[in-house]
Design a protein around this ligand. Structure first.
Ligand SMILES: Nc1nc2c(c(=O)[nH]1)N[C@@H](CN(C=O)c1ccc(C(=O)N[C@@H](CCC(=O)O)C(=O)O)cc1)CN2
Length: 299
């Protein structure tokens, strides 16, 4: 059976280092890292994530600011809020919770966040830095950064000689994840819905990263014996075994089957998910250090 990579424990250790850096920054400068989280509309899952971010920010000693806007907010109103937060010197990190309601041009909003405050790492300037191999001066998007931290816990910093396959090519995850694996010297294949014989491509992976958004799509025979499997999927599916109408979370990997073949694997829940919020806190404390012209902590 595979070793289960504990994302909660890894996230707790990042949070403890972030808290130490935040307390030390405040001690030196009197400045607390400021994180502004903006949410528009009523989506309950998004509200739950935003509440967790607010709680975690407070736990890290940050100044946590939440802006909750109604569903009928216009593009111009949201843009005006982002512009105000961009200009606010007490705000070091800005995050707009996604997805935004359908009437928004999300990309225009995300791209208008100042790159140095873009703690989600979704801005073209930050994405471009990863693409050019500069991992030190920008902000790296949280889920890929957290996934890499878990990969490095297993394999160390240098992935030379290892084949990595990323299933999924989104701007939010797949592309930056592929680039981070490449920057760590892995030989990277980006696979997606149009890839021919996906199962055999995946079977070649020493590191298999699944981000397809389809419940338990990656089966036992997709996994190379001894591989490391990182499951980025969060899918809510019916769980009749828990009672009528009940649901449960599963990843993009059939966990039990894959665990019989892999050497290490992340669970869902409790794997990559908690790392997303931990890396958001890490990016905020990094942004605050840069704003104070102090050397940035490493996580
Ligand atoms: N602006 C952003 N929007 C969204 C992001 C993001 O990174 N930035 N990611 C997701 C949602 N998300 C954070 O916002 C997020 C999703 C899941 C988890 C998590 O810890 N999941 C747990 C399970 C939680 C549960 O029981 O429901 C786990 O996997 O263990 C954290 C953050 C979309 N929007």
């Amino acid at each position: 059976m595979a070793f289960v990579i504990d994302g909660k424990e890894a996230a707790a250790s990042v949070i403890s280092a972030v808290t130490e850096a935040s307390v030390s920054l405040e001690g030196k400068t009197g400045i607390k890292p400021g994180l502004a989280v903006v949410i528009v509309g009523e989506d309950p899952a998004s509200h739950a994530y935003v509440n967790s971010k607010g709680k975690m920010a407070k736990q890290c000693g940050f100044n946590s600011i939440q802006h909750t806007l109604p569903e009928e907010t216009t593009q111009e109103e949201l843009q005006a809020l982002v512009d105000t937060l961009n200009a606010d010197l007490a705000v070091h990190g800005i995050l707009v919770q996604l997805p935004l309601p359908k009437h928004f041009d999300s990309d225009a909003i995300i791209q208008s966040i100042l790159p140095e405050k873009d703690v989600d790492g979704l801005n073209i300037a930050n994405a471009g830095k990863i693409a050019t191999g500069d991992l030190d001066t920008g902000l790296i998007s949280c889920t890929p950064a957290g996934s890499m931290l878990l990969v490095k816990r297993v394999h160390g910093e240098d992935l030379s000689g290892l084949n990595a396959v990323v299933i999924g090519r989104s701007n939010l995850f797949g592309k930056p994840m592929g680039l981070l694996l490449l920057a760590a010297n892995a030989t990277v294949t980006m696979a997606h819905s149009r890839t021919k014989d996906l199962a055999s491509v995946c079977r070649n992976a020493d590191i298999l990263v699944a981000a397809v958004g389809r419940a338990e799509m990656v089966k036992r025979d997709w996994v190379k014996p001894g591989a490391t499997v990182i499951d980025v999927g969060i899918n809510r599916v019916p769980a009749p075994e828990k009672g009528e109408g009940k649901t449960k979370l599963v990843g993009d990997v059939a966990f039990v089957e894959a665990s019989e073949v892999a050497a290490s694997i992340t669970p869902v829940p409790g794997g990559v998910g908690p790392m997303t919020i931990a890396m958001l806190m890490a990016n905020t404390v990094i942004a605050a250090h840069r704003a104070c012209s102090l050397p940035v902590p490493k996580f």
